[in-house]
Design a protein around this ligand. Structure first.
Ligand code: CTP
Length: 446
């Protein structure tokens, strides 16, 4: 029996794929089709798949051409598969000519003619684009615009910002001075205005029937945040919290490991986020235009705490050093949370510097994420006996922002909120920010 194997993503299965599979089958008696996993595709920079692995497998199954379907999960798996399945012929389309010659040491390699005029990328591009408008001018904006270029099916229509005269012009985008005007021409908005404006900017967009991706915190009180989610629900709109860290594969995996008992029972989470890049202490800086440390770093720093311990803390304490108390600009804030089953400490600073690491303490070991943990592609699970330690690496492109945009677009298209930051966490973050602003439970460092 001649066994043939071929690999691909097969997103939005099209006639090019079917022709290839038919020709591959004709080369032998038994066809194995390797379908790339979502993670593996992500690691190769293919982030735009419209269909999940399961959907892509189901579509191939339905063609009835494949005798066996396997999942391709890692670099170098092809050699393992060829050996394991006793494969005689490896084949792919002619767009790969030469790339797999190295497999000739293991089996015959055949490049089949590719069907002209069709590809998954083209099928995806034919779908209607989601038009996004941007409101606000915080520093994340440029990154968002840059990252949106990697995502199929989105178009940034324009920017509405109060200070556009002095604003970054490098974005190359159309400036629209009236928010109402911007809202008329978009399906969704990305809110990146100052935190105290998020509520009004988001509410206006939702009332106009637009979906919203909002930089965290969505609002600066819990009540406002709840109101916005209720409004979004009542109008069947998506409201998503834009914390990019939530979309990092390594971060997702370490949460699963922590929750899955890899380090025993969870006792403590210690997360630190600091940066001096904003130059808050420089002479002549207009502090009224800056985000304070709590708003700038608080949401990201609190994310693992709430995702691991839940949001029902019994107590919390702030320790804050102000740069300008009147303007509510903190140079440094530490929050201690007490939960029924553990404790957490969060340190954020834009006027102080520390090691930006995340440590999750368990009864059997700990998870260590080196700085800057909020852009993590690597972490370690460590135990008493260093021989048991394990290291994990997952590719992270664009700090997670492009995956966040993909998730937002999928949510808008499907009408299902697939945000990686759940509503109760967004609300808990807004509540902490609100209590900080009211200086509840605060000890000031002089
Ligand atoms: N293929 C083909 N003819 C096409 C498109 C794809 O023969 N018009 C083949 C590829 O050569 C490969 C297999 O189908 O052997 C799976 O390709 P895949 O990368 O999943 O599909 P593309 O349409 O090329 O996807 P994309 O546009 O995302 O690169």
């Amino acid at each position: 029996m001649v066994k043939v194997i071929t690999y691909g993503t097969y997103d939005m299965l099209h006639r090019g794929h079917i022709n290839l599979l038919t020709r591959a089958k004709a080369l032998g008696d038994y066809l194995i089709v390797g379908v790339t996993s979502d993670d593996y595709d992500k690691s190769r920079g293919k982030i735009n798949n419209q269909q999940s692995l399961m959907e892509r497998i189901a579509a191939i199954k339905e063609t009835g051409i494949a005798d066996e379907i396997i999942v391709e999960e890692y670099e170098g798996q092809k050699i393992d598969d060829i050996r394991r399945h006793d494969v005689n012929i490896f084949t792919v389309g002619s767009d790969w000519i030469g790339k797999f010659d190295y497999l000739q040491d293991y089996c015959e390699v055949v490049y089949l003619p590719r069907t002209e005029g069709v590809s998954s990328s083209e099928v995806r591009a034919e779908k209607r684009k989601i038009k996004i408008g941007i409101v606000g001018s915080a520093a994340y904006r440029s990154k968002f615009i840059k990252e949106s270029k990697y995502v199929n099916g989105v178009e940034i229509v324009g920017v509405c910002a109060a200070h556009h005269e002095n604003d970054r012009k490098d974005d190359g985008l159309q400036y629209i001075s009236h928010y109402d005007e911007l809202l008329k021409n978009v399906d969704a908005v990305y809110v990146v205005s100052r935190p105290e404006k998020h509520y009004a900017d988001t509410k206006k967009a939702l009332l106009a029937g637009k979906h919203v991706l909002c930089e965290s915190p969505i609002a600066i009180t819990k009540a406002q945040c709840e109101e916005l989610f209720e409004l979004a629900d009542s109008k069947n709109l998506i409201l998503m919290d834009a914390i990019k860290t939530a979309y990092s594969t390594a971060y997702e995996r370490l949460l699963l490991m922590a929750k899955g008992g890899k380090i025993g029972e969870l006792i403590s989470v210690d997360s630190v986020c600091t940066s001096l890049r904003d130059g808050l202490q420089k002479e002549g800086v207009d502090l009224s235009r800056k985000w304070n440390s709590m708003n700038g770093w608080g949401p990201a720093a609190m994310l693992p705490v709430f995702q691991l311990f839940g949001t029902n803390y019994s107590n919390k304490f702030f320790y804050t050093k102000y740069l300008d108390k009147e303007k509510n600009i903190d140079a440094f804030t530490k929050i201690d949370f007490v939960f029924p089953s553990g404790v957490a400490s969060v340190k954020v600073a834009k006027g102080a510097k520390s090691e930006g690491e995340l440590v999750i303490t368990g009864t059997k070991g700990y998870i260590y994420v080196p700085a800057p943990w909020w852009k993590t592609d690597y972490f370690e699970v460590r135990y008493e006996n260093p021989e048991d330690n394990k290291r994990y690496f997952y590719q992270l492109d664009g700090e997670g922002i492009r995956y966040e945009i993909v998730a937002f677009c999928k949510a808008v298209e499907s009408g299902k909120n697939i945000s990686y930051v759940s509503r109760n966490i967004s609300e808990a973050i807004s509540e902490v920010i609100g209590d900080f602003d009211l200086r509840q439970g605060m000890t000031e460092i002089c």
